[in-house]
Design a binder for this molecule. Structure first.
Ligand code: TXA
Ligand code: MG
Length: 321
């Protein structure tokens, strides 16, 4: 079973494990990450193995500063502007990989692009001390809900990894937003922890929606982020045997619900994002066959929340259209 250490006491132990090519679960501002030295092929292989993740699905390389990022990837002016505005933070940039970059090719699954992010807090400090980038997907078994607490990581991956660093509940609660500049347009590959309109305002150009055409990866599969229970979206009632995940002031009669949780009684989308994965997980454990989910407005972080909910609700193992 993994050792669990509080973040303020874990830095040296985490460093020693990473130096030895081991993997460590760490808190970031978005979700917990399963981190390994991105320059060490054996360490990166351990990440794929622990998650049960197909090797054609590339990982995000996490950096401590812009200088480290620029040694890995070639920045265009717009990507640099976004990095300067949002890093450290929940923004991932997909950029052309430098041929001489030291990261292992398993990280990028052989693509000629690389996904880069600079995390806040413990992760940033750890990378700066290590002096090398960390590859880190979300710390959950492939296809399952991302973990927003150390307990959720330990319950899922505790048998497979040596250390979980406990930084408490992750504040954003959704994975980073992923964007890519392509043919001088700014593309949204995955909505996430920064609302699209905030990125557009900083970029000064519109974000083009579309699927991540570069790869056919499980993150792009409709059924990614699936709990064990079925999920029914835009619910206006609670049916026999259902749990209810609501949002805003109570409008749905929940008297029959097996269990009831509210993403945000105040109707605050930031609070809802922070609660999304832990509430889904809790309702999944309630014994309900189906989780009914109240409608979530599509503005701001609602776009990313609805993206994750649509994947949780989709028929399992079906590719997105
Ligand atoms: O907030 C986050 O982004 C968290 C924390 C731990 O940093 N990480 C995370 O990693 O969500 P992961 O592996 O669960 O999701 C990364 C996504 C995958 O869908 C992968 O396919 C995509 O990024 N990706 C990675 N490299 C890519 C590339 N070169 N081109 C396009 N998509 C890429
Ligand atoms: Mg993930």
């Amino acid at each position: 079973m993994a050792e669990i250490l509080k973040a303020d006491k874990a830095l040296e132990r985490a460093l020693a494990l990473l130096e030895a090519g081991e993997v460590v679960a760490i808190p970031t501002e978005t979700v917990y990450g399963l981190a390994g030295d991105a320059t060490n092929g054996a360490a990166v292989g351990r990440i794929f193995e622990a998650k049960g993740r197909p090797r054609f699905n590339p990982l995000i390389a996490h950096v401590a500063d812009l200088a480290m990022a620029e040694r890995i990837a070639a920045f265009d002016p717009l990507s640099r502007k976004l990095a300067e505005k949002f890093w450290p933070g929940p923004l991932t940039l997909v950029l052309p990989l430098r041929p001489d970059a030291s990261i292992h090719r398993l990280v990028t699954a052989g693509l000629d692009t690389v996904a880069l992010r600079m995390p806040k807090g413990f992760g940033g400090e750890l990378i700066a001390r290590l002096g090398r980038p960390l590859a880190a997907p979300s710390a959950n078994s492939s296809g399952k809900i991302s973990a927003t607490t150390a307990e959720a990581v330990a319950a899922d991956l505790g048998q497979k990894i040596p250390l979980v660093v406990d930084g408490g509940q992750t504040p954003v609660g959704l994975e980073s937003v992923i964007v890519k500049v392509e043919d001088s347009r700014l593309k949204l590959l995955r909505p996430g922890g920064i609302a699209a309109d905030e990125i557009e305002a900083a970029a000064g150009v519109p974000l083009v929606r579309g699927h991540n055409a570069a790869i056919v990866a499980p993150g792009m599969l409709a059924s990614h982020y699936a709990p064990g229970a079925a999920v029914r979206l835009n619910a206006s009632d609670v049916r026999e045997g259902e749990a209810l995940l609501s949002f805003g002031p109570a409008r749905i009669d929940a008297a029959n619900a097996v269990a009831l949780l509210n993403l945000s009684e105040a109707g605050d989308l930031r609070e809802a994002a922070a609660n999304l994965f832990s509430h889904l997980q809790a309702l999944d454990c309630s014994g309900a066959k189906t989780i009914a989910v109240a409608p979530i407005p599509h503005r701001g972080l609602g776009e990313a929340i609805n993206d994750r909910l649509a994947r949780a609700a989709a028929p399992r193992d079906m590719p997105l259209p």
